[in-house]
Design a binder for this molecule. Structure first.
Ligand SMILES: NC(=O)C1=CN([C@@H]2O[C@H](COP(=O)(O)OP(=O)(O)OC[C@H]3O[C@@H](n4cnc5c(N)ncnc54)[C@H](OP(=O)(O)O)[C@@H]3O)[C@@H](O)[C@H]2O)C=CC1
Ligand SMILES: CC(=O)[C@@H](O)[C@H](O)COP(=O)(O)O
Ligand SMILES: [Mn+2]
Length: 402
């Protein structure tokens, strides 16, 4: 089973030296939760690099708060602002996509990869060359180039710890068990803000409605993915690469409370699940402490106050993105990559008001058909091939929108 094994040496958290840590996507939702934990125990961490896309103000503030060695913005136009804000602090500033990759390559004990979208692929891959443990939130890395990414992690001996709440839950309940003992891995889905709406009402959904996730506070892209259920589809593909049980043993169960984050049904009939408050500081804290457990500031779950946990089957008719992602997972090769690229273009277009909510699955389906017809579906064997397929699919999806 591809579940990472326990590291043979003690965790840096329990050693005298602080853990050398970089956070890619430090100004985002996952990045912010990570730095919140870091700021609560500054003696445990030495922060090496923090990165962002354009938000120089937030990045500079974060870098100052945790005394990072270097802060990097992907957007060169944000450099002057960043450098200005860091003047006299001793914190180096840099800019450009290549500088983000270089920052990811700085030697560390752990890198938290929390850039959103396929933009996280090159930095995540670069991080494998100079860290021992990659805490991976950026699911698009695995969707876009899962085969070559996991092979590179194995070749480098880097432990990949899942940050995504469902995968982190499953990772926790899989420990100590062999692949042959697993009957089914179940990813729970909140169902998103449109879980109970009719097809007609869903088709009329606005960005503001779709951005209102019932349980989680997250970045805009993943929040739209949750509303279409594409997030769960991406997570199935992510799980396929992380846990290697094959698509037949991966399933989705709608659970509107988002308290059970993931489950494993074993061949003896037992189901083991991880439960917790919907707060990313639990899975992030788990990764930062692994293989130990340490307290986090997360509010303990009060099951008596909650009273009821409910479950239902997903509706692929009202939420076709889930079916599209499942088909792409089974099709394999480059299909997940094309799916992801088209979805990123579609989500952006939906948020900009250029397409409607159901235009998202429409565009993804059309781009997948185009890629199949054009013979583009080869499994990306390298970063270069993955980026080429991603770019070609984005270009075509954007052209379909017009
Ligand atoms: N939020 C959550 O609770 C969860 C998120 N995830 C996954 O984690 C990842 C991050 O999600 P989330 O934190 O919500 O996202 P956010 O949108 O909140 O944050 C994204 C981060 O990535 C940076 N970024 C965006 N584009 C680029 C780029 N082209 N190059 C470099 N950096 C870039 C942003 O910088 P800037 O601020 O400057 O724009 C920001 O730091 C996603 O893959 C998501 O699917 C998984 C599970 C839960
Ligand atoms: C917190 C997290 O891991 C998200 O991926 C979450 O799962 C999104 O909620 P949905 O279950 O609605 O997709
Ligand atoms: Mn998730």
């Amino acid at each position: 089973m591809a579940t990472p094994s326990r590291a043979p040496d003690p965790s840096p958290a329990s050693a005298a030296a602080p853990m050398r840590l970089s956070v890619l996507g430090a100004t985002g939702s996952v990045g912010g939760s990570t730095l919140d934990l870091v700021a609560r125990e500054p003696e445990r961490f030495h922060v090496v690099a923090l990165t962002a896309a354009t938000n120089a103000a937030a990045l500079a503030a974060a870098a100052r708060a945790v005394r990072a060695e270097v802060a990097v913005v992907a957007d060169p136009a944000a450099y002057a602002d960043l450098a200005d804000r860091l003047a006299g602090t001793g914190i180096a500033a840099a800019a450009g996509p290549e500088a983000v990759v270089e920052a990811a390559r700085r030697p560390t004990d752990m890198v938290v990869s929390a850039i959103v979208g396929a933009a996280g692929l090159a930095p995540s891959l670069a991080a494998l060359s100079a860290t021992r443990t990659l805490a991976l939130a950026n699911k698009e890395t695995l969707v876009t180039a899962g085969v070559c990414f996991m092979a590179e992690a194995a070749r480098r001996g880097v432990t990949v710890l899942p940050v995504d709440s469902e995968h982190n839950a499953i990772f926790q309940v899989l420990e100590r068990h062999a692949e042959r003992e697993v009957a089914e891995i179940v990813l729970t889905a909140s169902g998103g803000p449109f879980r109970t709406l009719s097809t007609e009402a869903i088709a009329a959904a606005t960005p503001a409605m779709a951005l209102r996730h019932p349980n989680w506070s997250m970045g805009r892209k993943i929040t739209i993915d949750s509303a279409t259920l594409m997030n769960k589809g991406l997570e199935l593909i992510e799980a396929d690469h992380l846990f290697a049980v094959g698509p037949d043993r991966l399933s989705v169960l709608v659970h509107p409370q988002s308290v059970v984050h993931g489950m494993v049904r074993y061949t003896d009939g037992s189901i083991l699940a991880e439960l917790g408050s919907p707060d990313m500081r639990t899975p992030i804290g788990y990764c930062l402490a692994w293989p130990e457990r340490r307290p986090t500031p997360v509010k303990p779950l009060d099951l008596a106050a909650l009273g009821t946990l409910t479950f239902e089957a997903p509706d692929r008719g009202r939420f076709p993105c889930l079916a599209l992602a499942e088909a792409a997972m089974r099709r394999g090769d480059g299909a997940p990559s094309v799916l992801n690229a088209a979805n990123e273009i579609a989500v952006e277009a939906f948020l900009d008001g250029r397409i409607g909510f159901m235009g998202i699955p429409g565009l993804v389906e059309r781009t997948l058909s185009w890629a199949e017809g054009a013979g583009m579906m080869r499994e990306p064997a390298s970063l270069g091939e993955a980026l080429d397929l991603d770019a070609a699919s984005r270009g075509r999806a954007a052209a379909f929108i017009g």
